[in-house]
Design a binder for this molecule. Structure first.
Ligand code: NAD
Length: 492
């Protein structure tokens, strides 16, 4: 056992939270895990005391000074104004990796995929989840999908390190880079680059749509899958569900300065206070936590005792099946059954094994930031100005082309990404949200910020409602922006 006690912040949560947390803490205490536990309150009661993030300022210090945070599910009150505490904690503590093992426990828990053993590694901070959304016109709402090279590097390296440490053979990457060539394209590119540093691990990439179909149909074809945030959010739930039950999966949220462990399910308020809930998801979250804080022996003892309990047919209502299970038990009795099996191993299910030493790579989360130290030459090439206008293409083009000067000239107008000038297609359905691309008026012009400021002044003088600008940059001469069908750019 580890000689140093790990400091753990614990939140009992809402609904079934307190019951499954009691069960989990009981098993942790009996397992020999060396923990100093400090309780914190987060969730519904804190929300209702007027803290819209569900967490009080002083709690941050406790979380910051703990080795890990074990959190039971929280009820997010209905109605506007409340922010999801999970998203708040993940972003503010920089918990960039979400790790969710999705395992089938056939023949003891019903599943269509008895051989499934997949770990989803989801980027946890970036992508559309940065939460920047704007209503720009009567018709159009805009959300920002932000992907960074440093963010991709950290999550992809995490996935490969996780695979290496946990004796996994293959890492698969899911993206939609056939459509999102720059953002998802970056994720894929970084996956290929970093993958080269792991010669012993098989690598593959799937477009997320067909990859998701394959995952739902034949999950045994996958091992570790790494994905950007949105796809990971959706597919980690799909993966947990098809493995057998959302009640059985735990997850880890890992950052450089903190880590949070939880069950993947919610607070199931209708099941609360009846000694019914299955504590397995939170318990398996706690197992991931023990590995993270360098106590793999305790993690193995608990995980194997849990597997043996499942194998012995001691099941809570959610996985109980007549003829298959042996005994239907409540939350407390299930925990006691696990405690009684500490030290035992499963016979049929695969025994859990965690590296005997804590890894200083995969699970502690110390990574380099953007390894691409050699910065690229960044040059301003033009600007896209987004405009709100309820007019025809011809009228808009006429009004905008008047804003040209000898430095910047209109070269393209698009509507929802479809080029409508020059060479419009009559079939294109238009909305009131337009993009007007301005590039250097001739080969001699080197575009600068002042040109853009002056252009916007002309928009303002002409009383054209400009919504947003996107500067067009090249990086080492490569365009850092999407190019429309039929658009010819003279990039040096
Ligand atoms: P839920 O996961 O709480 O419940 C979905 C279904 O699964 C219910 O039928 C429930 O009875 C069952 N279930 C869930 N966990 C179970 C367990 N351990 N044992 C037995 N049965 C279990 O999802 P929901 O009903 O959509 O959400 C309820 C609340 O939980 C909402 O306020 C939601 O915002 C919150 N939530 C919190 C988290 C979190 O804190 N990480 C995650 C998801 C949802």
């Amino acid at each position: 056992m580890a000689d140093k006690k790990a400091s753990i912040a614990v939140a009992r949560g809402d609904g079934i939270g307190p019951e499954i947390m009691d069960a989990t803490l009981h098993i942790l205490a009996e397992s020999g895990a060396q923990l100093n536990i400090q309780e914190v309150e987060v969730g519904e009661k804190v929300y209702l005391r007027g803290h819209r993030f569900g967490i009080e300022p002083q709690t941050w210090d406790i979380l910051r000074n703990s080795d890990a945070f074990l959190k039971a599910p929280i009820t997010t009150p209905q109605g506007g104004g409340f922010k999801s505490i999970n998203v708040t904690i993940r972003t503010l503590l920089g918990l960039y990796a979400n790790v969710r093992p999705c395992v089938a426990y056939a023949p003891f828990v019903d599943t269509l995929h008895p051989k499934m053993d997949v770990v989803i590694v989801r980027e946890n901070i970036e992508d559309l989840y940065i939460g920047l959304e704007y209503q720009q016109t009567q018709d159009a709402v805009h959300a920002i999908k932000l992907i960074t090279r440093s963010g991709c590097e950290r999550i992809v390296r995490y996935a490969f390190d996780y695979a290496e440490t946990n004796n996994r053979k293959k890492v698969t990457c899911f993206t939609k880079d056939n459509i999102l060539k720059l953002s998802d394209g970056l994720f894929h590119k970084v996956f290929d680059e970093i993958g080269e540093q792991y010669p012993n691990i098989e690598k593959e990439h799937w477009i997320v749509d067909i990859g998701a179909a394959k995952l739902a149909d034949s999950p045994e074809a996958f091992d570790v899958i790494v994905m950007p945030n949105l796809y990971g959010d959706i597919l980690s739930d799909v993966a947990a569900q098809i493995a057998g039950s959302v009640g059985l999966a735990g997850s880890a949220n890992i950052g450089d300065h903190g880590a949070m462990f939880e069950a993947i399910h919610g607070s199931a308020p209708r099941r609360a206070n009846q000694n019914l809930a299955n504590p397995s998801g939170l318990l398996l979250g706690a197992v991931l936590m023990l590995v993270h804080v360098g106590q793999p022996e305790a993690a193995m003892r608990i995980h194997n005792a849990w597997l043996k309990t499942i194998e012995d047919g001691i099941h809570t209502y959610d996985i109980y099946k007549e003829g298959q299970s042996r005994k239907k038990v409540g939350t407390k009795e299930f925990a006691q059954a696990v405690v009684e099996r500490l030290g035992q191993k499963p016979h049929t299910l695969k025994e859990a094994f965690y590296a005997s030493k804590p890894t200083d790579k995969a699970l502690v989360g110390q990574f380099n930031h953007a390894s691409s130290g050699n910065r690229k030459a960044k040059e301003l090439f033009g600007v896209d100005v987004f405009v709100d206008a309820h007019v025809s293409v011809e009228e808009l083009q006429g009004r905008i082309a008047r804003l040209n000067n000898d430095r910047l000239a209109l070269t393209l107008i698009s509507n929802r990404g479809a080029k409508v000038w020059p060479d419009p297609m009559p079939e294109t359905v238009l909305v009131d949200h337009w993009r007007c691309r301005f590039l250097a008026a001739d080969d001699e012009v080197v575009v600068n910020h002042q040109d853009i400021v002056e252009l916007l002044k002309r928009f303002s003088d002409a009383q054209i409602d400009f919504l947003q600008t996107e500067n067009l940059y090249t990086f080492n001469g490569e365009p850092g922006f999407s190019i429309s069908q039929g658009e010819h750019l003279k990039v040096e």
